[in-house]
Design a protein around this ligand. Sequence first.
Ligand SMILES: [Mn+2]
Length: 346
Amino acid sequence: MSDLLTVPAPRREAIERFLAALQPGTTVALSTHVNADGDGCGSEAALARLLAQRGVRAVVVNPTPWPESFRWLLGDDVADWSERGAEALRTVDRLIVLDISDVRRLGSLASTVRTLPLDALVIDHHLPSDEPPGTVMVSDTRACATAELVYDLAIVAGLDLTPAIAEALYTAMVTDTGGFRFGNTSPRCLAVAAELLRAGVDPERMYARIYGSVPLGRIHLLRDVLDTLEVDLAHGIAWVRVAAGELERCGATSEDLDGVVEHPRSIAGVRLALLFRDVGTAQVKVSFRSVAGVNVHPLAQRFGGGGHARASGALIGGTLPTVMAKVLDEARRMLAAGALADGAAQ
Ligand SMILES: [Mn+2]
């Protein structure tokens, strides 16, 4: 166990540079990608409390509202200034960006972040992009979640893992690994999770909070989205779509779509699963998921997106039918050419 928990030397050095950039008595903003997920929210909630132990005040400033289903992570002690938008970023001393390798993932905050007087600090585990959100980076694609790196920061800085911090980190890790099932579930990930249980996490209570108390609208949305399932077994592709206004019809929010693409991915013979969501404004959000051996990152990149080898995303201009046709054509072409194989030349 103890060797698994050792913070790798380059990661430790990056964390030390990161900590040196934060002065006690200052206020920092924490930000993550649009439609924050469990890793974004959990990493923010944990880091805010860890920084407080060092005398640094951290407030959340996200480009989209904090998800209702993760409201409990904020407690009474973490302030959410997301409603103040980009203006909030100008009133703090420094910005820390979590779980993002591409500044464009900051949505409405991106243009402000590009013009801040001090470069943002970054903690992230995504594949690099051509426009990182900051310069002082703790970045490692081997980390199962951004939260694993936040845990390492706590260890390197000698900070307390309070139960609230441990719960936030655990939420991030359990959601980013699909409940410790995806390929990013490393031995170290499980060793860190074990430490979080020791620090007071009750896994059954976490399960009830994260997976066992979903709003009814999410199930109605799941029913309607699965009804759109299409499968091309010759190429091993399955996809679902979400029409504009569908979320509102179901009384659901975009966070309720998290994990829906796992259903087409779970079909026998499917190598690549896609979720197309018409977000209005003539744009379609595409989620790309793949199974072992298939790397969706080059496909997402082809459309200006990015992410991980097994999970990427892109926001593509066009109507739902045209984007679906373009992406499916390219997916079939790249799969057939072997261009999405793990380790294929890109
Ligand atoms: Mn993540």
